[in-house]
Unconditional design. Structure first.
Ligand code: ATP
Length: 437
């Protein structure tokens, strides 16, 4: 992990939040490459889960909502982790995640009894800081979907089965943020609530588990590192009939990326009870009236970004003692798709031509201009950023070696390091075809 964390800083994927002030535990900032990576993950999810389906619509809800939402969902009373302290060193941990190290004060840790710690961040809406104005930063995006069920149903021209999706920030005051960004206090979720007829829970649950597993291969996570954990009956929440976690083999162990739960009608029933508003659905074909059940695939953007970074990281010895670090992202997810270089930065005709090529590519792909150092160094930089293709404009492009190479460039492939001579006019269709795989 140390090498990965170092690369993340060096190449602008992830920085410690407010690092110049010593950082703050559990919060991270994404740099230029990381911001693009995250955006690509979210776009891929939104495209595949919302836009390319006819039975899912999206919303974009507020981070702060009426505190009754969290009473209805059970978060104010039950969203807590058991916490213990060591009486000697004053260290604090989740009771189910105790350290395997000795106490720095000597001997084993001397733990207090476990006590429950609610993970929701609190704030106040308005100038008066009292109980009446208390609000919470949402610990998940899902409840905003349930609370808006009626409004969405009335506008979305959908019938059950259909889903409502949302991507957005969530906040949990984790006792022990750890494993880099894996367990953070601020993170992003991509959640789908797929509303179904009661009794169809098992089949829809299986459908979504299969769909979601398939999706991970489309963003380039290797199947060999993915697995599923199926909850045993006694591990399920009292209202849930099934739950499967999609797990990924991180360098620090096999851990959850996404949970897919069949939650019955618990959430809508609770909101109906607490709001006094009917959340029943009327099926105009069967004339049946019921509170819909739901299957919820809930994924974490930051965990997926970290999984992609961990699986992309590759060290290759290309000559004795010469190790190339390359981030082998799937092109679809790579932060920058193509980098354009003039062979030399101090030759105006080369720079001018390269600028033309850059302008040609930029409307089609996320394209980066790079004229620092020599071409070899630029390749290494782009390899560490995971850029699948580099285009170099050289003297041949200007026709200096003869007219047959005029207006051709070298297109270099990140993974094979092979270079091919390509006509500038062919670049857009060629890279488009490569991107489509
Ligand atoms: P865990 O058991 O790891 O705490 P969870 O089961 O509480 O996770 P869910 O409530 O199911 O997580 O949240 C759905 C998804 O949100 C998780 O699969 C994960 O990807 C993401 N997530 C949850 N907590 C965090 C966190 N503290 N930091 C980053 N991502 C998180």
């Amino acid at each position: 992990m140390d090498k990965i964390v170092a690369l993340c800083k060096r190449r602008g994927f992830i920085f410690q939040s407010s690092e110049i002030y010593g950082g703050i535990n559990g919060f991270w900032d994404y740099g230029p490459a990381g911001a693009e990576l995250k955006r690509n993950i979210k776009d891929a999810w939104w495209n595949d889960v919302v836009r390319s389906r006819t039975d899912v619509v999206g919303i974009d809800g507020a981070i702060i909502c009426h505190p009754r939402v969290w009473e209805a969902s059970g978060h104010t009373t039950a969203f807590s982790d058991p916490m213990v302290d060591c009486k000697k060193c004053k260290g604090r941990w989740r009771a189910d995640q105790l350290p395997d190290t000795k106490c720095p004060e000597g001997g084993p840790h001397d733990y207090t009894e476990a006590r429950q710690f609610n993970l929701m961040f609190e704030s106040h809406a308005g100038p008066i800081k009292d109980e009446d104005n208390k609000v919470y930063l949402r610990p998940e995006t899902a409840q905003i979907i349930f609370a808006q069920f009626n409004n969405v149903l009335s506008v979305a021209r959908q019938k059950i089965p259909f889903g409502i999706a949302q991507i957005g920030k969530a906040f949990r005051n984790e006792i022990n943020p750890r494993n880099f960004t894996f367990r953070s206090r601020e993170f992003e979720q991509m959640e789908l609530e797929f509303f179904i007829q009661p009794g169809t829970d098992a089949e829809w649950h299986q459908t979504w588990v299969a769909e979601r597993l398939k999706w991970y291969s489309t963003i380039g996570l290797p199947a060999a590192k993915l697995s599923c954990y199926t909850y045993k009956k006694e591990e399920l929440a009292h209202y849930a009939s099934a739950c499967v976690d999609v797990m990924f083999e991180f360098p620090f162990g096999v851990q959850e990326l996404e949970g897919i739960a069949a939650r019955g009608n618990f959430d809508l029933s609770q909101h109906q009870k607490f709001s006094g508003k009917s959340l029943e659905y009327f099926d105009d074909e069967t004339k049946a009236k019921y509170i819909p059940h739901v299957v919820e695939p809930s994924a974490g953007v930051d965990r997926i970004a970290l999984a992609l970074i961990c699986s992309a990281y590759t060290e290759e010895e290309i000559a004795p003692g010469d190790v190339r670090i390359v981030m082998k992202f799937a092109p679809r997810i790579a932060p920058v798709k193509v980098a354009v270089f003039p062979l030399l930065r101090n030759k105006p005709p080369l720079v001018e031509k390269a600028r033309e090529v850059f302008k040609l590519l930029q409307p089609h792909f996320n394209t980066e201009w790079d004229d620092r150092g020599n071409v070899g160094k630029r390749y290494r930089y782009q390899d560490e950023q995971g850029t699948p293709w580099c285009v170099t404009v050289d003297f041949d492009t200007l026709g200096e070696k003869g007219p047959e190479l005029l207006d051709t460039v070298t297109l270099r492939d990140r993974d094979t390091m092979k270079q091919e001579r390509v006509k500038i006019a062919d670049l857009v269709p060629l890279i488009t075809a490569k991107l489509r795989g």
